[in-house]
Design a protein around this ligand. Structure first.
Ligand SMILES: O=C(O)CCC(=O)N[C@@H](C(=O)O)c1ccccc1
Length: 368
C-alpha cells in the first residue's frame, strides 16, 4: 500500500460521570483519531494518550505533533507499506508508543478492510464474545462507591476493579466485600501511587481474596514489585511498567508480576500487544485487556484482542455507556456480562460522521 494522506482529528467527548484515579480526574476525553487514506482504501486508528502526561509521558497534543512532524514523513516514503512495516519504519523515533500505535492501527485497519479480513481473525481471536469487567474510580464517599458498584453488578459485569491510593484502599475494599460478598471477582489498581513507605497498606489487602493488585509502584521499579509479590498471596499485575514484550518477559523473570494488563497503545500497537500476549502465554502468565477510555474505534479493536486465548481474565473492555452517553460508533452493549467481537472487515466499526462532526475540536489533513 501507499499512504496518500492522513486526517488528524481531535474530538472532545464528555464522560457520563467524573472518573478519578490516583493521578487525577477525567471529566471529558480529548481524543486524537487518525484516518489513513491509502491507494487501497482507508482505515481508522485511535491514540489513547490523555490530554495531560499523567498516566505516561505521552499526551494528546504531543502525540499529534510527533505524528505530523516525525512519524508521517517516515511512512510517506514507504513504497509498499503494510501494518508490519510501520514499526520498523518508525524505529528511528524513540518512544511515542501511543502515537505510533494509532498510526499502525489505522494502516492495519485499511489493510484488513482491503482484504476483507476482520481484526479478530487476523490477530488470532478464538472467541466470539469476551467477558467484561469494569473500572470504578475513586469515589467521594463509601456510599457513593457502593451505589456505583451496585449498578455495575446489576448490569452483569463479570469483574469489578477499584482505583486505590494511600488513604483510599482498605476501607473501600472492605466495604465492597461486606456489601457484595467474597465471591464478587474484585481487583484493585493503584496506578503507581504507593512506595516502600506505604507498601504495608497493601499487605493488609492480602486477606480480601482479590484477583490481583495492579501497578502499586513506579513504572521502573520492578524490584519493589518483586518484593511485594514475594510477600503476598494476591498476584501482582503490571500495567504502566510493561511497554513491550521484552519488558514483559524481564518483569516476569524477575518475579515482579504474575498477571499482565495489556494495553495496545502503551506497548506501541496491536502487533506488539499480540507479542506480549504470546510471551506471557509461554511463561504461564495470564493477561487481560486494559482500557484507556477508548471510543468505539479503540474499543472495537480491544474487544478483538481480548478474544485471544491467553486473555484469561475479564478486561476493562466495558460497554460504551460506562463512559459515554453517546459513542462515536454504534455503542458496544453489554449482554450477559460480555461484548461481541466485531466480525466485519478490519476493526469492523465505522464512526458516525454526524456525531464525529459534533464533537470535533480541530481537524487537519497531512499529505506527503
Ligand atoms: O475501561 C477503561 O477504558 C478505563 C480502565 C481504566 O481504569 N484505565 C485507567 C488505567 O490506568 O488503567 C485509566 C486510563 C486512562 C485514564 C484514566 C484511567
Amino acid at each position: 500500500m501507499k499512504l496518500e494522506a492522513v486526517e488528524l482529528r481531535r474530538i472532545d467527548i464528555p464522560l457520563v460521570r467524573p472518573f478519578r484515579t490516583s493521578f487525577g480526574e477525567q471529566i471529558t476525553r480529548d481524543v486524537l483519531l487518525v484516518q489513513a487514506s491509502t491507494d487501497e482504501g482507508t482505515g481508522w486508528g485511535e491514540c489513547v494518550a490523555l490530554a495531560d502526561p499523567v498516566y505516561s509521558s505521552e499526551y494528546v497534543a504531543g502525540a499529534e505533533a510527533v505524528i505530523a512532524d516525525h512519524l508521517l514523513p517516515r511512512l510517506f516514503t514507504q513504497q509498499d507499506l503494510t501494518a508490519r512495516s510501520v514499526g520498523p519504519a518508525l524505529r528511528g523515533v524513540l518512544g511515542h508508543r501511543m502515537a505510533k500505535a494509532a498510526l499502525e492501527m489505522a494502516v492495519l485497519d485499511a489493510e484488513l478492510r482491503s482484504y476483507g479480513i476482520s481484526l479478530g481473525r487476523y490477530l488470532g481471536a478464538e472467541r466470539a464474545r469476551v467477558e467484561c469487567g469494569v473500572s470504578v474510580g475513586i469515589a467521594p464517599t463509601i456510599d457513593a462507591l457502593l451505589d456505583e458498584v451496585g449498578g455495575y453488578v446489576a448490569q452483569g459485569y463479570r469483574r469489578i476493579k477499584l482505583k486505590i491510593q494511600p488513604g483510599w484502599d482498605l476501607e473501600p475494599v472492605r466495604a465492597v466485600r461486606d456489601a457484595f460478598g467474597v465471591d464478587l471477582p474484585l481487583q484493585v489498581d493503584a496506578n503507581t501511587a504507593y512506595d516502600a513507605a506505604t507498601a504495608p497498606r497493601l499487605h493488609a489487602l492480602d486477606e480480601y481474596g482479590l484477583l490481583l493488585i495492579e501497578q502499586p509502584f513506579a513504572e521502573e521499579d520492578l524490584h519493589q514489585h518483586a518484593l511485594l509479590a514475594r510477600r503476598l498471596v494476591t498476584p501482582v499485575c503490571l500495567d504502566e511498567s510493561v511497554v513491550s514484550a521484552a519488558v514483559a518477559a524481564d518483569a516476569i523473570n524477575r518475579g515482579a508480576c504474575g498477571v499482565v494488563n495489556i494495553k495496545p497503545g502503551r506497548v506501541g500497537g496491536y502487533l506488539e500487544a499480540v507479542r506480549v500476549h504470546d510471551v506471557c502465554a509461554a511463561l504461564g502468565v495470564p493477561v487481560w485487556c486494559g482500557g484507556m477510555l477508548e471510543t468505539g474505534i479503540g474499543r472495537a479493536a480491544n474487544v478483538a484482542l481480548a478474544a485471544l486465548p491467553n486473555f484469561r481474565l475479564p478486561g476493562d473492555t466495558s460497554a460504551s455507556d460506562r463512559y459515554y452517553a453517546q459513542d462515536i460508533t454504534e455503542p458496544f452493549v453489554l449482554v450477559d456480562g460480555q461484548l461481541a467481537v466485531p466480525t466485519g472487515p478490519g476493526i469492523g466499526v465505522e464512526p458516525r460522521l454526524d456525531v464525529l462532526e459534533s464533537m470535533t475540536t480541530r481537524v487537519r489533513t497531512v499529505r506527503p
